[in-house]
Design a binder for this molecule. Structure first.
Ligand code: SF4
Length: 707
């Protein structure tokens, strides 16, 4: 079959879609054109398998809309002019300098992504912090993983998922919170199913929808949206009442037990059932199953993170695992399933609050260490965290931010309340969009468009959900006149010579060496790794020190395996009481349905890639709305008819799919499509993580005249 495609060479890479981190090989033909993809048999993560997206990933290199040259214009209502690189980058640099000189350094903001390589994140962070010097720099990972980061930090003293996929092979009970694993992370689901076939364990899925995952569960908990904390408190209530907690573990590893015990007193299953919609007997059954299991684990995704209680929901999962002694054990863990292929990379190496290697802007010693290493004055750094992506857009509205640089992110489709986003983008004095595809919707509002290479047109590493650093080799050079993101950052850096000694290495392998040095002694230590060793091992989990490498050891599968080794100064994790405050937008007489949103297996994010790949798009070409047949019957709405969905933000017309997948008071619309569900979403923010609640809005439905 591969001979039919004319494959003459295979190049090792890591899939550029989701955070599962599958090892993939891209086949090229005699003229070097990518013509095939295949899984890598010896890879620990995927053992030769790929999902639908990975199988057809070779088609993204020349997909419709690939950006081939820089584009510039003075006003967003004019057509773009084709430009060469120097005028485009000169214009960008002079506009950034003009805005900063006129309004102050922080009036220019940067929002990046979870899609570029770690060496590129590191370089971008260095450019933004050390040369341009704005404090307002964040990633679109605030839309997906910020609550997990915040929750891990609050519970354990640091970000960093403590478990791994192999935990499925050791666990005796699994709760999946707000995760539709078969559609969102198909290969992790396959790993879980494979483990379950060898060693049967109970699977409990918490989700208001009857997802494919829920259909496969032993127990499905169709929770009321936004009430996960209530359920978590109730489970701990039962565990403590029945003496099922692991007191030895709690005493040796945690603080705050008495305060937590006092708080969960308020969540007896009878009263909790009224809030979270799960009957009290089921709450008791699940609590006993989890606490009596020798090893129990929880996984979660956006159903927890994308909530006004996202960070608390993560802490609640950690509380549950800490009181049952299920952290750092094979099969006993709290494992956040990350979204984008390199969301972890931005968490480790550059983000809103961070400096490289999980260092914090707020800490003087961290600032001084990085400033010395980069050769800049520590006073050049801001002393507190800047705005998150979700706070940057309101700051554009108020005039605090005048210029914006978007790197591989598409807020016109991905952010909540897109009518508001459109108005803010129109208000900017200067917008740069850097992307691999010119037809990305946000480019309509840019003054400069920079064409960027995609993942395997470059070389560097990603970190996956289980902290595994894996490598992408360059399969083919960047498309036509596009450049790698790293080249773009380096070219721009030359235009920001601010008299400091800061240096920007050009080769990814040299950037990786800098990162290794800075990682020494940190939780995310990668000092024992090299690009070649990573490829040889098909990925290595951090921490991986020089000592690990000298001993020929494998990577670190689990964190916090030894007593009192959490990242707080006393080595103990914090048990944190979580009083439930109902602050969601909820259905009412005027807007009687919950609106839920999520992903489809065929598509990735805003479809800039998968919307153009036949074998992805043909299975899911248009948006649709799941609605209960009972609700449809009451409103006289038929299957495959069109309805207008209205919220307090706007409206969208969408085709109806009548299905029992959703309860009678809820509708579900996938989030991938432009001008659709995010016209309706409210996106209230979690107070800790600033992550938006995409899954809890209220809408009304009316039939559209079919004529
Ligand atoms: Fe790529 Fe994720 Fe599919 Fe693996 S599961 S092939 S990483 S999209």
């Amino acid at each position: 079959k591969m001979a039919d495609k004319g494959v003459v060479d295979w190049t090792y890479s890591t899939c550029g879609y989701c955070s599962t981190g599958c090892s993939i090989e891209i086949g090229t033909n005699a003229v070097g054109k990518p013509v095939a993809s295949r899984g890598v048999g010896g890879a620990d993560v995927n053992r030769g398998k790929l999902c639908l997206k990975g199988i057809f990933e070779y088609e993204v290199f020349e997909a419709i809309g690939r950006a081939s040259t820089p584009l510039i214009r003075d006003h967003i209502h004019e057509p773009y002019s084709v430009s060469s690189w120097d005028p485009a980058l000169d214009k960008m640099a002079s506009e950034i300098k003009r805005i900063q000189a006129t309004y102050g350094r922080d009036s220019f903001a940067v929002v990046s992504t979870g899609q570029i390589l770690t060496e590129e994140f590191y370089t971008l962070g260095k450019l933004v912090r050390g040369a341009i010097g704005t404090n307002n720099y964040d990633g679109n990972t605030t839309l997906c993983m910020a609550s997990a980061v915040s929750g891990y930090k609050r519970s354990f003293g640091s970000d960093g998922p403590p478990g791994c996929y192999e935990d499925f092979e050791h666990t005796d009970c699994l709760i999946a919170w707000g995760s539709n694993l078969p559609e969102q992370h198909p290969i992790i689901y396959w790993r879980m199913k494979d483990a379950m076939e060898k060693r049967r364990f109970p699977l409990i899925v918490v989700d208001p929808r009857v997802t494919i995952f829920a259909q496969n569960a032993d127990i499905h908990l169709p929770i009321t949206p936004g009430t996960d904390v209530v359920l978590q408190n109730a489970l701990i209530h039962v565990i403590l009442k029945e003496g099922l907690e692991d007191l030895d573990y709690i005493n040796a590893n945690t603080t705050g037990f008495d305060e937590l015990a006092k708080e969960v007193e308020n969540y007896d299953p009878t009263s909790a059932a009224k809030l979270c919609g799960i009957d009290e007997d089921t709450i008791r059954t699940v609590a006993r199953l989890y606490a009596k299991a020798n090893r129990a684990m929880s996984i979660w995704t956006m159903g927890i993170n994308q909530s006004t209680h996202g960070s608390d929901g993560v802490v609640g999962i950690n509380n549950l695992n800490l009181v049952t002694g299920n952290i750092g054990k094979p099969g006993g863990t709290s494992l956040s399933i990350t979204g984008q292929c390199n969301a972890m990379g931005t968490r480790e190496w550059s983000s809103c609050s961070g400096l490289p290697g999980y260092r914090a802007l707020e800490k003087a010693e961290d600032r001084e260490e990085i400033a010395k290493f980069w050769g800049i004055d520590p006073e050049f750094f801001p002393k507190k965290r800047g705005l998150t992506e979700t706070d940057i857009f309101p700051a554009i509205e108020t005039g605090e931010i005048k210029g914006l640089w978007l790197v591989a992110t598409n807020p016109m489709t991905s952010m909540a309340n897109t009518a508001r986003i459109r108005k803010t983008l129109e208000k900017l004095e200067f917008l740069v969009v850097q992307d691999a595809y010119t037809d990305v919707e946000t480019s309509q509002y840019a003054h400069v468009f920079l064409p960027a290479g995609i993942w395997a047109e470059k070389e560097g590493v990603f970190t996956n959900t289980e902290r595994r650093v894996n490598i992408t080799r360059q399969v083919t050079p960047p498309f036509e006149d596009s450049k790698s993101d790293m080249q773009i950052f380096n070219e721009l850096a030359k235009r920001f010579d601010n008299g400091q000694k800061i240096h920007f290495p050009e080769r990814p392998v040299d950037v990786f060496e800098e990162m290794k040095t800075l990682s020494k002694g940190r939780l995310c230590d990668i000092s024992g790794m090299s690009h070649d060793l990573i490829e040889q091992e098909r990925g290595i989990q951090w921490p991986y020190t020089e000592e690990h490498a000298a001993q020929g050891a494998k990577g670190t599968q689990r964190l916090y395996t030894q007593p009192a080794t959490f990242c707080y100064a006393n080595g103990r994790a914090k048990l944190i009481p979580l009083p439930f405050i109902n602050n969601n937008e909820v259905p009412d007489e005027q807007y009687p349905f919950w609106l839920n949103s999520g992903r489809l297996v065929e598509h990735w994010h805003t479809r800039t890639k998968t919307g153009k790949i036949g074998n992805n798009n043909k299975f899911s070409p248009i948006p649709f709305m799941e609605m209960s047949p009972d609700a449809g019957h009451e409103l006289g709405i038929k299957h495959q008819s069109y309805v207008r969905v209205t919220s307090r933000r706007g409206d969208a017309v969408v085709m109806v799919m009548l299905t029992h997948r959703v309860p009678k008071n809820m509708v579900f619309i996938p989030f991938h499509f432009y001008d659709c569900v995010n016209r309706l979403t409210l996106g209230l923010l979690d107070p800790h993580s600033r992550q938006p609640a995409f899954k809890q809005s209220a809408v009304a439905i009316e039939q559209v005249d079919q004529d």
